[in-house]
Design a protein around this ligand. Sequence first.
Ligand code: CA
Ligand code: CA
Length: 683
Amino acid sequence: MKLTNRTPKYVPGEVLLRLKNSGNTLSDDILSEYGSNIVERFELSEASLNSNESHDIVRVKLPQGVDVNDALAQMKQDERIAFAEPNYLYRLPEFQATEPTALPNDLTSKLWGLHNEGQTGGKPGADINAPEAWQITQGDNSPNGPLIAVIDTGIDYTHPDLAANMWTNPGEIPGDGIDNDGNGVVDDVHGYNAFAQTGDPMDGHSHGTHCAGTIGAVGDNGIGVVGVSPKAKLMAVKIFSDEGESTSASILRGLLYANKMGADITSNSWGGGPYNEAVKEAFAASEALHVVAAGNDKVDNDAIDYYPANYDVDNMLVVAATDHRDERAAFSQWGASKVDVAAPGKDIYSTVPNGKYASYSGTSMATPHVSGVAALVASQYPDATAQQIKDRIIYGSDKVHDLTDISVSDGRVNAAASLENDTIAPGSPKQVQIEDLNYRGAALSWLTPGDDGDQGAPVSTVEIRMSEKPITEENFREAKPFLTGSENALNERHGYAIQETPSLKERQVYFSVQAVDNAGNRSPLVSTEQVTLPKAELLFNEDFTSSRTSFDIDGDFRSFKDPIKGQVFTSAPPRGSRAKSTSTLTSPRINLSKHENPFLQFEMSADLAIANTAELEVTTDGRRWSQLERIENSDGWKTHGLDLSAYEGKTVQLRFSVNSRIGRAKNGISLSSLQVFGQADKE
Ligand code: CA
Ligand code: CA
């Protein structure tokens, strides 16, 4: 579920802030200077506290007629205030889905995400291995079982396929109009309506009920569907109105309620809008595992921040969506470092209100698959921490070639592998060597160890970490991870090249190498000495943000305002015009004679009409051109990197060309931030 908020809107006359100093009297004094008063207090747990900041985030009403931005500008100058931000308004886009249908009679075959034999035209085995996982556990809906908070539009807790798996607040007497358990909410029997601030989280929208069914629709009850965790304890936390509206304050209330009531897992199929410090802190203040959607705008979250997915919170697990062929769903956002795993999210069949069922698509649907796996792991291993559950999900996932660089793991979730009862760490990678150091990264190699104390099969993952500090057993999680799949034999040398965005500064770094098995057991760490990554030189730079460019333009190429990237160059002709048969964009001469390892990097989105072709070419003499790359359609913006070492010592020109055979162009190709890097010669 996406919060549409490109131009942030906010509640007029309200601000969320935290004071640096604790003590309520002082707080009120400061706020009275602003003519303001506290209308709501959000209590975060000790875990999030910085010693010189007060415990609570507060919602403040400004005096009549005071503009929020004026107040924020003053508050940001005020040294007594840790942060101040608007109470943002969020709105969901129109929701697209197939019509709810009556009870179907061919249920299991629709649930390809749980068990895929190719019955929907996809690839057999492109699923989360639910039947295999259910041999180990089907979840635990007893009072001791894990509590799963569905942070969404609420849940139809009367749905016959959900009712038996709904959490019931043991301290609350239904319908007596009294807050029996003293948690601040009257008659909160199955959860909390954080939007309306009532005890009734009934879902009048459908999104939350759909997510709840994927996590934990009741299994083996002869109706409807079965969830990933057929026995589950689902808590409905409604942060959206039935019209899909929310505010920062509503999200805070929901997250803090889930934390207070002891949620072990929160499932967050929503995102968008600006960075929100208060919401980030509410996630960090909880020890639950927060499973979060990567988003549906088919962009790279490593390049464009998307929240809450991109909040730097250790106990968060971010999920991209796959289809029934084990490929990234075309809409799904991705991120080689900002997304953790992928899971089924296209054409997902689940519960909707009033006893019905429907198919929806989105990372909103992938997220509850992973929340369900987290529930299975937490049921089987009740003492597992959020980090251990997260590790089991990441390292137990199946590496899929088509999902390379979609996420940290390159994997699609595998519930059965994540549940394996294995406590024996693999052996360490042996004879670790640094093969190459360059301005884009490094290449390392090692002899592949065996799992289970080096006695078993080759280990599933070898993880390299890179840091500017020495890496130890204590701090390795702070260092950036690179997961490498190991498909080769025991004790064979296996290599991996880390490729980073070129850095214009020299970097002193350390590496560590560690084997990790599917249950998240880790071998002892092998750490390297400090090494130097040389700096990159920028040999050529064209950002395409101005209508004037250093490139020669021919055909349809023009400056254009892209909704995601802003000002770019595109080959798409203006609306209503036929495409010219050939359009080219040709660079000036770029001198590669004085640098080593030249490397071209650019951002491109390609959406060509049928029968049209596009390519990137290079010339050294301005006459004979040869192809560097054939351009394929890309489903959104991607960063492209091309090694130009074959042209070291020469002067080159680059040319993007698009050939339109039938006058149609669709969106053609669009280009942004093109750079050529090289490394100064080592005299
Ligand atoms: Ca209560
Ligand atoms: Ca059922």
